[in-house]
Ligand binder design. Structure first.
Ligand SMILES: C[S@@+](CC[C@H](N)C(=O)[O-])C[C@H]1O[C@@H](n2cnc3c(N)ncnc32)[C@H](O)[C@@H]1O
Length: 302
């Protein structure tokens, strides 16, 4: 995610304990949040997929791997954008793959979308060759990103594309002054999240500390960078109930996951924002919006 919008600090729930500030991610627990988030970003992802169609011959893309697919919202968009392709949604969380399958079937794409449970990057070589590999906010969950990219390059057909969604802009839901606490809450949440993200990465198996120069990492895997673009997700106020629910779920995770990194005032502000009895809470505010941007990096083999 980009670290800003795709990684979610929250409870670890490991061994039945409440792990405040855990860097462990329970992806299944996040299924609805991931799904709603991707649904709201769908117009931006569809635009990104259409752009990919200008970089790769649309009819020539026959097999797509959506690596770290989560609930498969983008998997379905990709097969819609590449009508000659079948796609494999690959993820380490079986519950998310069940959602990916159900979504594809509901959209009449069941015959062209399959799912594969794999703990990456170990399982990449077994996924078979592909013309397009999409890794949406998933590469940064692999300890050694360079090694994972080299594996992606290994299963890519000549002329094929690797596509990374990484970076972009941190999401924003609230104006600077929300009438509670100190103005600038979201900037301080970003700072706390950036710290959390660094620790999350440091604890990944085989973690390697390297700069997030995505084009350089792609080139290091023997690929030729083929263009980078950023796609805006812009949902202004007044938001629908679904967007409000997404913002509430996001803030609940932030309160649970980042509390130990925030000062008492900001924790109190988060509690008020989440309290349905508070007129200024996220439940009732009229100033809520959803604004973020996803950066898409591409590179070609051969
Ligand atoms: C932030 S979510 C992104 C989901 C989806 N690509 C999207 O953009 O909506 C990251 C996904 O990567 C998966 N993931 C993280 N680490 C993984 C690993 N080592 N092996 C397989 N899947 C992994 C998670 O289960 C999760 O579904």
């Amino acid at each position: 995610m980009s670290q800003h919008h795709a990684s979610h600090p929250g409870h670890g729930h490991r061994h039945g304990h409440d792990h405040h500030d855990s860097t462990h991610l329970d992806w299944s627990e996040m299924a609805s949040l991931l799904e709603r988030q991707a649904e709201i970003a769908s117009p931006a992802y569809a635009e990104a997929a259409a752009w990919l169609g200008t970089l790769a011959p649309v009819q020539g893309v026959r097999r797509i791997l959506d690596v770290g697919s989560g609930p498969g919202v983008v998997t379905s968009l990709l097969v819609e954008a590449f009508p000659a392709a079948e796609a494999v949604a690959v993820d380490g969380a079986p519950e998310l793959l069940t959602r990916a399958r159900a979504r594809a079937e509901a959209r009449g794409l069941g015959a062209r979308v399959s799912t594969r449970h794999a703990e990456l990057p170990g399982g990449i070589a077994a996924l078979g060759q592909a013309d397009l590999i999409w890794a949406g906010n998933s590469l940064h969950h692999m300890g050694d990103q360079s090694a994972a990219l080299a594996e992606f390059a290994g299963v890519l057909n000549p002329g094929g594309l690797v596509v990374l969604v990484e970076g972009g802009l941190p999401r924003r839901h609230l104006p600077r002054n929300i009438g509670i606490g100190r103005p600038g809450l979201e900037a301080r949440l970003d700072a706390a999240h950036t710290e959390w993200f660094g620790e999350m990465r440091a604890e990944l198996p085989g973690s390697k500390d390297e700069p997030d120069d995505w084009r350089a990492l792609l080139a290091g895997a023997g690929l030729t960078p083929a263009g980078t673009r950023t796609f805006l997700v812009d949902v202004p106020a007044p938001v629908s109930p679904a967007v409000r629910e997404l913002v509430l779920a996001h803030y609940e995770r932030l309160r649970d996951g980042l509390a130990v990194r925030l000062d008492a005032d900001d924790k109190e502000t988060l509690d008020r924002l989440l309290d349905p009895a508070d007129a200024l809470s996220l439940h009732h505010r009229t100033d809520l919006f959803h604004l973020t941007a996803h950066t898409v990096h591409t590179a070609r083999k051969g």
